[in-house]
Design a protein around this ligand. Sequence first.
Ligand SMILES: Nc1ncnc2c1ncn2[C@@H]1O[C@H](COP(=O)(O)OP(=O)(O)O)[C@@H](O)[C@H]1O
Ligand SMILES: [Mg+2]
Length: 324
Amino acid sequence: MLLEVKNLGVYYYTLSGVVRGAENVSFSVKEGEWITFVGESGSGKSTVAHAVINLVPSPGKVVTGEVIFQGKNLLAMKPEELRRIRGKEISMVFQDPMTSLDPLRKVGDQIIEAMTVHGVDEDEARKRAKELLEKVNLPADRLDYYPHQLSGGQRQRISIAIAMAFNPKLLIADEPTTALDVIVQDAIMDLIDEMKAEGTSIYFVTHDISLAAERSDRIAVMYAGKLVEIGTTEQIIENPLHPYTRALVESVPDLWKESEVRAIPGYPPDLRNPPSGCRFHPRCAVFREKGELRGLCDVKEPEPVEVEPGHLVACHLYGGAGNE
Ligand SMILES: Nc1ncnc2c1ncn2[C@@H]1O[C@H](COP(=O)(O)OP(=O)(O)O)[C@@H](O)[C@H]1O
Ligand SMILES: [Mg+2]
């Protein structure tokens, strides 16, 4: 197993209270697979993605859990050790490349520096930067541009070129296409696919379940800081179990043929004070309709249960140890 996340919890200590950004999150990422995290905005996707590389921004703190990458707990590593891994064995691409690129320096110098900090000599890095630009389908003269002279899509290609520099074991891509139009979005997805073809595992984050369904091997669904369901793409799209996952799938016209498209009623909760029991229960159609679930879903937190091989769901409808 390339990456194993066990019982991860992340809280943000804000002036207005403790935000429970992620709790009891456990999953693993296999060598060479593409896993996508999906869920509405505020469900904890970025929180978990940041914790996986031990980069939770202040005032956030990892409060529980372990992140085992190639056998070592990233959350217990010294800063130098982490620096050796980040950008080399684990690369990251974010929604807005302006936040990771330096606006005052030419993009070529930034690609080169991403390699020289890891000990590649300058000439070699310069040569490699040209090849990387070609790989992401940008003309070589773009090396001399500043980030603001490039379009959003071109900037994202630069971030991917940097991410590709060392053929990493894992790419974490947090909504890398959300700010881009559909055509450019597709081209960026193709580049990520190329990284996968070269052996990189892809940890992708999106709020868009139809995008998740496109290229992922597995899908993990988050709601209100919790991982509520995980399975193969086929399991999640063809046989969604959690009422939240069902609602997400039903909200996309092409994914769900039998019923009309519906938006999920209500809003995600405030994570300073999440609902008791299952965090989804106030919005859950099944809870509202089935009287016998009162006193269970609104009281007791569901534990994940493996319903079919590799398909886990945390919902009282599926019983299991701790959920009866
Ligand atoms: N820097 C921060 N300070 C305080 N709360 C935060 C911060 N970042 C995220 N949160 C909160 O943590 C929760 C999860 O957010 P996030 O991980 O960004 O969700 P997503 O990426 O799924 O949209 C939300 O309630 C959000 O408001
Ligand atoms: Mg996010």
